[in-house]
Design a protein around this ligand. Structure first.
Ligand SMILES: Nc1nc2c(ncn2[C@@H]2O[C@H](COP(=O)(O)OP(=O)(O)OP(=O)(O)O)[C@@H](O)[C@H]2O)c(=O)[nH]1
Length: 495
């Protein structure tokens, strides 16, 4: 066993729990992104190795598996550290993301380790990416690619404001300073169009460990900036979000006649016994009488806590309902605007009905693509279909009241995935920007169709839909075809 392995063991970080930091008790969460082969696995492996987060058994396996594959420094192939995860993934469909923990004496870190583009975007969108910072990997020889722009855009849509541009494999360009500066400049220009200002560009060799944990000064005397880990140590952890109490009911627990509790995870804000809450979508009101966890009665719970909530009266609460604070409520409505990332080759078709899943809620939704982001120019172009990997603005039209917060206010209650009912595939991940204030529900999207019918028949159809779906907010309008066309083009230009 080598000295390095012994040290690694001494400082090993438990796989299931983040290490406790000595200064900032909140770990910094980061994601790494880049194109295939930019060196993501090598970088994460290097981070774990150089911060001594590799456990003895892993280190021994790594040394063994790397035999014959060492780089010119005689170091193992760090990407192999992550291969175990791939095997896990092949066995089960539920593991989308693994979190790797490492720490320095200043703070602890959680890195979301997601192989491949598809799962990666999916996890961003389902809220697994609660990241404070994104590390964007670029191959120093290739520079900024469309994938770099896409990942930067998605990360910024997801509210990430701190970026590290890791210009990797700099050793393969002979540590070329001009090349590094050119890539940095190009990325800064692009990032400005996203409104991203906090960018640290670092020339790096993940393979050789230069400017990752240890300085690369010997090879790059021209670079006086921080290493990756120094940057991460100074990054800020996002403050908690701006919504009130949010609790999505996952299970109604009725172990006996006298006890009825609602189980789930707090998705925003906090709650304590005595608080007045509202159950959505019914709008019924109750007070919290007790908060229970698996072994304790608690006097408060905050975002992230898994609890059973007991109310002071018998109210009708079902799985998928949301219990919220009375004084700060989410938006309830039939039509919302959202931004989505299409994840499957079949794309997102106008008017097709999908399942939308957000927290424990699952609802039918009709999706109307409105515009697609052109990655080269940053402009939004009108579209009817969003193909794989496209980032688009859409309108969501529901049959029954939907409940969301704008994503920027609450990542959990503002994000969703779309599932194709025919294939059961997750076809998109999305973030809600807000409720539509104009025509409610399906009418915004369907106006063209319904209004092309004779006016009284249109009224009849709308009235029966209103009745069937309890669309309290919907507005029945009688219009001429020209008015309808105007309404539609105004709505389309309003995206
Ligand atoms: N010379 C050099 N090679 C590197 C560096 N970083 C990674 N590599 C090599 O580049 C190849 C790809 O690295 P990976 O870490 O597997 O890349 P990845 O981005 O994780 O690739 P995927 O897992 O396929 O997405 C491997 O052969 C690495 O050894 C570097 O800084 N310098």
């Amino acid at each position: 066993m080598t000295a390095a392995v012994t040290a690694a063991h001494a400082l090993a970080v438990p796989a299931a729990e983040p290490a406790t930091a000595t200064r900032d008790s909140r770990p910094l969460r980061l994601i790494t992104c880049g194109s295939v082969d930019d060196g993501k696995s090598t970088l994460i492996g290097r981070l774990l190795w150089d911060t001594k987060a590799v456990k003895e058994d892993q280190a021994a396996t790594l040394q063994r598996d790397s035999t014959g594959k060492q780089n010119d420094l005689g170091l193992p192939d760090f990407a192999l550290l992550l291969d175990g995860l791939q095997a896990e993934r092949e066995q089960g469909i539920t593991i989308d993301v693994a979190y790797r923990y490492f720490s320095t004496d200043k703070r602890s870190f959680i890195v979301a380790d997601t192989p491949g583009h598809e799962q990666y975007t999916r996890n961003m969108a389902t809220g697994a990416s609660t990241a404070d910072l994104a590390v964007l990997l670029v191959d120093a020889r290739a520079g900024i690619l469309e994938q770099t722009r896409r990942h930067a855009t998605i990360a910024s849509l997801l509210g990430i404001k701190q970026f590290v541009l890791a210009i990797n494999k700099i050793d393969l360009t002979n540590y070329d300073r001009a090349g590094f500066e050119k890539i940095t400049h190009e990325f800064r220009e692009f990032a400005l169009s996203l409104g991203v200002k906090q960018i640290t560009a670092i020339p790096m060799s993940a393979l050789k460990g230069e400017n990752v944990v240890y300085s690369g000064e010997a090879s790059m005397p021209w670079y006086a900036g921080p290493t990756l880990v120094e940057t991460l140590e100074l990054a800020t952890v996002r403050s908690s979000q701006a919504t009130g109490f949010r609790f999505s009911v996952q299970r109604v627990s009725r172990p006996g006649e006298s006890f009825r509790g609602y189980q789930g995870t707090v998705a925003g804000g906090s709650v304590k016994p005595g608080d007045s809450v509202m159950i959505l979508p019914s709008g019924m009101v109750a007070n919290v009488s007790k908060i229970v966890t698996f072994d304790l009665v608690r006097n408060a719970a905050v975002a992230g806590d898994a609890i059973t909530l007991v109310l002071d009266r018998q109210v009708d609460v079902a799985r998928g309902d949301m219990i919220v604070s009375i004084d700060s409520q989410p938006q309830v409505g039939l039509s919302f605007d959202a931004q989505i990332v299409a994840l499957q080759p079949e794309g997102i078709e106008a008017g097709k009905r999908y399942w939308l899943k957000s927290g424990s809620r699952r609802q039918r939704v009709q999706v109307q693509p409105l515009a697609q982001l052109e990655l080269k120019t940053g402009a939004w172009a009108p579209v009817d279909t969003l193909y794989m990997n496209a980032i688009g603005k859409v309108r969501l039209a529901f049959d029954e009241q939907a409940i969301f917060d704008p994503y920027e206010q609450n990542r959990a209650t503002g994000s969703f995935i779309l599932i194709d009912p025919d294939t059961n595939n997750t076809v998109a991940g999305g973030m809600v920007s807000g409720k539509r204030s104009e025509l409610g529900g399906i009418h915004g999207g369907d106006a063209r169709v319904i209004l092309s019918l004779p006016a009284d028949l249109a009224d009849q159809i709308m009235a029966s839909e209103l009745f069937a779906n309890r669309r309290h907010e919907a507005e029945v309008r009688r219009m001429t075809a020209a008015e309808a066309a105007d309404l539609w083009s105004n709505a389309a230009s309003d995206i």
